[in-house]
Design a protein around this ligand. Structure first.
Ligand SMILES: Nc1ncnc2c1ncn2[C@@H]1O[C@H](COP(=O)(O)OP(=O)(O)OP(=O)(O)O)[C@@H](O)[C@H]1O
Ligand SMILES: [Mg+2]
Length: 463
């Protein structure tokens, strides 16, 4: 597609010359007689570069440039000034112009300036796009769930996020430990500073130290240049030490020193560096047991475990399964561009019945695989992964989910789960419905409707 240049100039001759040069160079040119007329073109999404005169009757050039920057931060502005008015050129750069040309100019000068501005435009555009996808994917990676367990997690996160307190996040594999850590960072005052994660079990032991602390040139054979470690990359921000239980003993001592002194040495350097870093760590192993076995330093455990957040397994928060499954379905079907909106009642029943040893990650993968095999509008039993269907068929014990059977069972089971959740919340909040609704993550009105629908008798003891 041809690139579009807006030329804002009150002189007829100038307009004609610039138009000729740029059209010859393969651009589409729009012309406006002055600032006011120029503003109308700023809403054109195809606009790539603005070329504006500085001295024009009516709206001042500088004012127009400011308006451009505000309205279209993605579009570079080149200012054209009369010879010898460098001061005004400086003013226009201050106002946000990206480049300037002095009259009279050679056709090539104009072409080069426009060519560079187009390059800048592409970078700005890409930047905006990236920023949007990052925020979007962060928003999508929200910690979801209406169960009390998740509500409690959210409260704990809010409580510890503002401080530099180290937090140890424990829980089974796939429960959402990394998501919790990320949410702590995102809700902390450090959210605009770096988030750096390091997986202690994925990096070979002999590389771990230089990965964490960095190294200086000549520190070891092959260290041709200095390299920053993750600790330094995380300056001012948060360092997430994933699978901390797998950190080898020698490094446990070095990490302890950083936590105590807030200082460290890059490999091969005797110059101490200070670390302004918040530490979050996660593990699915029992660190106390590792301490007993002599494989994890007790002092390091205490330093990391200033605050412990336990992420419960999915089977202990059955109320979240349907919500998570449906939200993963929406998200992944959109990515795959497949118009599947729902699970059938039977498929949902199986999801609720299953014990999810791999927790939320397993649920997400199951939804993705079901979507791949689904040919209809809804995900049905035969679309679910074999392992999940098989395991459910064998399980008979009630309590976690309904007993197979018909849709009626599912409804009454769901009603039962709902009733219990509401009663628990009311109990916890001393019967105050407004508080209970908040705890459940629903509106007061919705709570009131549910209480009516489920015919819940409010226990007088609450009040
Ligand atoms: N409450 C939740 N809401 C939405 N998505 C979640 C939730 N919990 C977990 N997930 C998603 O499930 C997947 C696994 O989560 P995560 O990687 O945080 O788990 P983990 O506990 O760190 O697992 P592992 O122990 O295997 O490292 C991710 O895709 C995450 O976004
Ligand atoms: Mg993890």
């Amino acid at each position: 597609m041809k690139r579009m240049i807006l030329v804002v100039d009150d002189e007829q001759n100038m307009q004609t010359v610039i138009r000729m040069i740029l059209e010859d160079a393969g651009y589409v040119v729009e012309v406006a007689d002055g600032g006011e007329a120029g503003l109308a073109h700023l809403t054109n999404p195809n606009l790539d570069v603005v070329l504006s005169d500085l001295k024009m009757p009516g709206m001042a050039g500088e004012e127009f440039i400011r308006a451009c920057r505000e309205e279209r931060p993605d579009v570079p502005v080149i200012v054209v000034t009369a010879h010898g008015t460098i001061r005004s050129a400086v003013q226009s750069i201050n106002a946000g112009a990206t480049d300037y040309l002095t009259k009279p100019f050679e056709p090539e000068e104009l072409e080069i300036a426009v060519h560079n501005a187009i390059k800048l435009r592409d970078i700005l555009h890409e930047n905006l796009r990236l920023r949007e996808t990052v925020t979007e994917s962060l928003a999508r990676r929200r910690l979801m769930g209406t169960s009390q367990a998740v509500q409690r997690l959210v409260e704990e996160i809010k409580r510890v996020a503002p401080y530099r307190t180290s937090v140890l996040i424990t829980g089974e594999s796939g429960t959402g430990k990394e998501l919790v850590a990320r949410t702590i960072h995102e809700t902390s005052t450090r959210h605009q500073q770096p988030w750096v994660a390091i997986n202690c079990s994925a990096i070979p032991h002999d590389l771990m130290e230089s990965e964490l602390f960095g190294y200086v040139k000549g520190a070891f054979t092959g260290a041709a240049q200095s390299r920053l470690g993750r600790l330094e990359q995380a300056q001012g921000g948060t360092l997430f030490l994933d699978e901390i239980g797998d950190l080898e003993p020698a490094l446990q001592g070095k990490l302890l020193r950083v936590l105590q002194e807030r200082e460290f040495f890059p490999v091969g350097s005797d110059q101490v560096r200070s670390a302004d870093v918040r530490f979050l760590a996660a593990t699915n192993r029992d660190l106390k047991e590792l301490v007993r076995q002599g494989r994890f330093r007790e002092d390091l455990l205490y330093r990391l475990d200033v605050y412990n957040i336990v992420v419960p397994p999915l089977r202990d928060r059955g109320e979240d399964i349907a919500l998570l499954a449906e939200s993963f379905l929406r998200e992944i079907s959109q990515e795959m561009d497949k118009p599947v909106q729902r699970f059938t009642q039977d498929a949902l029943r199986i999801l609720l019945y299953y014990r999810w040893p791999g927790n939320v990650r397993e649920l997400r993968n199951a939804v993705e695989r079901s979507l791949l095999s689904c040919k209809g509008q809804e995900i049905d039993v035969q679309d679910l992964p074999e392992a999940i269907r098989g395991a459910t068929a064998q399980r008979q014990e009630p309590g976690c989910a309904p007993n197979g059977g018909n849709d009626h069972d599912l409804d009454s089971w769901l009603a039962d789960v709902e009733r219990r959740a509401i009663l628990k919340a009311l109990e916890h909040c001393g019967g105050i419905q407004a508080h209970a609704a908040k705890r459940l993550g629903i509106s007061e009105r919705s709570l009131w409707h549910r209480i009516k629908k489920l015919n819940i008798q409010i226990n007088r003891n609450f009040i």
